[in-house]
Design a protein around this ligand. Structure first.
Ligand SMILES: Nc1ncnc2c1ncn2[C@@H]1O[C@H](COP(=O)(O)OP(=O)(O)OP(=O)(O)O)[C@@H](O)[C@H]1O
Ligand SMILES: [Mg+2]
Length: 369
């Protein structure tokens, strides 16, 4: 096959074809080349464009006549040029079609687009190398989407890793608080008891009583903080008991009525259980801080292939802008936690009233017992 660019016309000669067939063939080739979404080009042995298909204008801005007659080097990013030259040299040496080169091409307006190309060398009548025919596809969007996907996957992995690190840190702080501070406070309380026995004055005894009561309150606070950091029962009794314990305490402290429904015989690996528990914790904290709700419903259900957590309140409701805000870290962290298990996270106001959180986690992290 031979192509010629003459007075704006693209002529293709196919050796061995009859004129009749050739006319039909020419039309087909012309249509294919002119309508192709990829750029069809030919460049001379000196690297000068001798033909580019019309889609160049659509993709890269320049009218075709501003490209033909120019060196391809003027359009390729300077950093990508050495690899392109090596690649073209390989095309000549192998004498075969070569593909896979990726390079940036400049748009008329100065933006850079990523293209990938394949090319074949062609010879003149004396069988001397005369140039290349090639096809170039714009892969800018495809690459961007791929990079976004990879970045997203990396972000989920990072979130998972951070969550694990955070949990182990919480566990160690909780243990230190319980073992060191908790035990010291208990020892102080015992000693205060001894002091009270050995003082006769009622005034001092009353003061000792007051300090003892303060120490008791502090012990209760330490227990609450340790339980929040890492409920002891979590490791002993698992998710269900922890949720029951936490929600009961939360309801009492905040004067909210909580209705809890948990699917029976539900078991998950500890990491997944902790994530569910943390999402419940975070959403209850939000309810106590922002919702002014009187009723909360928590349902943890199981279907054939997923676990569904639904937390709803009858409070003030949540605005779209708050849900979408890039600084709503509490909401973002819940979302990330759900994503780290390959799940989905939705938050919305139902009929403009109250707030609903729905988390769906696929069953590959669920174990049935
Ligand atoms: N259940 C809810 N009811 C009403 N408003 C809510 C509820 N949950 C969240 N919001 C609103 O959404 C906003 C973002 O919540 P988010 O948990 O991300 O942040 P925050 O609670 O303000 O701070 P933190 O980073 O400490 O969690 C809140 O400031 C609040 O206005
Ligand atoms: Mg919050």
């Amino acid at each position: 096959m031979k192509t010629e660019q003459s007075s704006g016309q693209f002529i293709i000669n196919v050796p061995g074809q009859s004129t009749e067939t050739l006319q039909g063939g020419e039309e087909m080739y012309r249509l294919l080349i002119e309508r192709s979404h990829d750029i069809i080009y030919s460049i001379s042995a000196a690297g000068i464009f001798t033909y580019v298909s019309p889609v160049w204008t659509e993709l890269l801005g320049h009218p075709v006549n501003e490209v033909i007659g120019k060196s391809f080097k003027g359009f390729v990013h300077i950093d990508d040029l050495p690899a392109c030259l090596v690649w073209l040299q390989n095309v000549i040496e192998s004498g075969k079609r070569a593909e896979g080169i990726e390079y940036r091409v400049r748009h008329k307006d100065g933006r850079w687009f990523l293209h990938t190309s394949s090319a074949v060398p062609f010879m003149d009548e004396t069988n001397t190398f005369a140039g290349y025919y090639g096809i170039a596809a714009d892969i800018t969007e495809r690459r961007r989407a791929l990079e976004e996907k990879i970045a997203m996957e990396q972000m989920h992995l990072l979130a998972k890793h951070t969550e694990k690190a955070r949990e182990s840190e919480r566990e160690s702080i909780s243990r230190d608080l319980h073992d060191d501070l908790g035990q010291s406070l208990t020892a102080i309380k015992i000693h205060l008891g001894f002091i009270k026995q050995s003082v006769s004055g009622t005034e001092i005894a009353a003061k000792v009583d007051k300090v003892t009561s303060m120490v008791s309150d502090t012990i209760t606070s330490v227990r609450r903080i340790t339980a929040k950091l890492r409920p002891e029962i979590f490791d002993d009794l698992g998710l269900e008991a922890s949720i029951q314990f936490y929600t009961k305490e939360f309801a009492e402290r905040n004067g909210v009525e909580i209705t809890l429904t948990i699917h029976p015989h539900l078991a998950m690996p500890i990491d997944s259980s902790l994530i569910i528990f943390r999402i419940i914790q975070e959403s209850l904290t939000n309810i106590s801080r922002h919702a002014k709700a009187t009723r909360v419903y928590i349902a943890l259900n199981k279907t054939d292939d997923s676990i569904i957590l639904r937390i709803s309140d009858n409070g003030a409701g949540i605005k779209k802008a708050e849900i979408e805000s890039k600084t709503s870290w509490g909401i973002i962290s819940m979302k990330e936690r759900a994503h780290s298990l390959g799940g989905s996270f939705e938050i919305y106001s139902e009929n403009g009233q109250g707030t609903v959180i729905k988390v769906v986690i696929p069953d590959n992290s669920i174990v049935n017992i």
